[in-house]
Design a protein around this ligand. Structure first.
Ligand code: AMP
Ligand code: ZN
Length: 115
């Protein structure tokens, strides 16, 4: 269900614009508005889940799809085979939007550890 106060639910609904990369009935991918690498996009489920820690067993297949679609899109959008996948959980870990999202970052050397 749509969360009225959620930025990403508003993007899904079309109330806030985004540079979409991929969309189907379950997931949406779009470029991050403040990229932290030459290529940085987000993949979200259309179902509002506040973050990884709020997932239930019934969300497992959906978030698996988020990962699969994100990896496939990376290859088609100039990122190639080397990219970082990040899910932030909690404000202390840098989560600022409380609708679960997967970051994919690439297009430069992705160093480890990330800090
Ligand atoms: P996080 O810090 O893990 O919660 O990630 C939220 C991400 O959403 C950040 O990388 C932001 O730059 C990005 N973001 C915030 N607002 C928008 C927007 N309107 N369109 C695209 N990306 C956004
Ligand atoms: Zn939401």
């Amino acid at each position: 269900a749509m969360n009225e106060n959620c930025l990403f639910c508003k993007i899904i609904k079309g109330d806030i614009p985004a540079k979409k990369i991929y969309e189907d009935d379950e997931v949406l991918a779009f470029w991050d508005i403040a990229p932290q690498a030459p290529k940085h996009f987000l993949v979200i489920p259309k179902k509002h889940i506040s973050g990884p820690a709020a997932m239930t067993e019934e969300d497992e297949q959906l978030i698996g799809k988020v990962i699969r679609v994100g990896a496939a899109i990376a290859g088609e959008n100039g990122i190639g085979d080397d990219f970082r996948v990040v899910f932030n959980n909690g404000a202390g870990a840098g989560q600022t939007v409380f609708h679960i999202h997967m970051h994919i970052l690439g297009g430069r050397a992705m160093n480890w550890p990330p800090g």
